[in-house]
Design a protein around this ligand. Structure first.
Ligand code: KIV
Length: 266
């Protein structure tokens, strides 16, 4: 799949997008038919033990993106650019985003967007690095905005629509819209030709994205806009407790788990 294929899905086909951070989750998500795999910077809090996405480094994002890209054939792999790896110095941003494509094998990068990413989106697109924009709640700004719903008054909503248009004009192939009112999600989708992918942005976006940990039920709770479609946490707890019990009681390992070497004189 190419960025142009995702772009052409707008209004035609629903875009399914999910985060993936490693080879096994990427393999399973692709087999389930997910179109776009986002190596989200939620990697920080969901896999690396950080309290937020802020500390994730370019090296960490590249390493996890490479694992996802190595394992998949058809899914479109998007590397989420870490906080401050873009937006300050253009040369550095191009180098960091370029690494995700050249070194890690991503098909595109995602930038948490704002007025500061319009020209960068244009530059990267011109250079052949497809960009997915991201507006609404952008968690890398959590120290400024908190992790709250965005676009809740008319001015803020208009600003999101304007920025969405500017990023589309700059060449973004798609837009993630996070935690905004559903009627704003619908208005942005209506205003753009590229597909919107919503996360807490209502049912009228062209596609939906969630973190895989919430979808499979690995996290204890979920965001208010997310849903658990499984209970992997419960299954892991049951398996791990059974393992500990079996080792402690001597039920594991059994004879068939080892082998006896006849030539040894013991
Ligand atoms: O990092 C992330 O998980 C995201 C969301 C859009 C799912 O950016």
């Amino acid at each position: 799949m190419r960025a142009k294929d995702i772009r052409e899905m707008a209004g035609e086909e629903t875009v399914t997008m999910l985060t993936a951070y490693d080879a096994p989750t990427a393999e399973l998500a692709e087999a389930a038919g997910v179109d776009v795999l986002l190596v989200g910077d939620s990697l920080g809090n969901l896999r690396l033990g950080y309290d937020s996405t802020i500390p994730v480094t370019v090296d960490e994002a590249a390493s996890h993106t490479a694992a996802v890209a190595r394992t998949t054939d058809d899914a479109f792999v998007v590397a989420d650019m870490p906080f401050l790896s873009y937006g300050a110095d253009e040369g550095e941003a191009v180098e960091n985003c370029g690494r995700m494509v050249k070194e890690a094998g991503a098909d595109a990068v995602k930038l948490e967007s704002g007025p500061h990413t319009v020209e960068l989106t244009r530059r990267l697109t011109d250079l052949g690095v497809p960009v997915q924009a991201h507006l609404g709640l952008t968690p890398q700004r959590e120290n400024e905005t908190g992790l709250f719903r965005q676009g809740t008054d008319q001015d803020a909503a208009e600003e999101i629509i304007d920025l969405a248009r500017e990023h589309e004009d700059a060449g973004a192939f798609s837009l993630v819209l996070e935690h905004v009112p559903s009627n704003l999600g619908a208005a942005v989708t209506e205003a753009l030709d590229i597909p919107t992918v919503g996360i807490g942005a209502g049912p009228d976006c062209d596609g939906q994205v969630l973190t895989i940990d919430e979808v499979i039920g690995l996290t204890e709770g979920t965001a208010p806009f997310a849903e658990r479609f499984g209970d992997v946490r419960g299954e892991m707890e049951r398996a791990l407790e059974s393992y500990v019990d079996a080792v402690e009681s001597g039920e594991f390992p059994r004879e068939e788990h080892g082998h006896v070497e006849e030539s040894l004189e013991y």
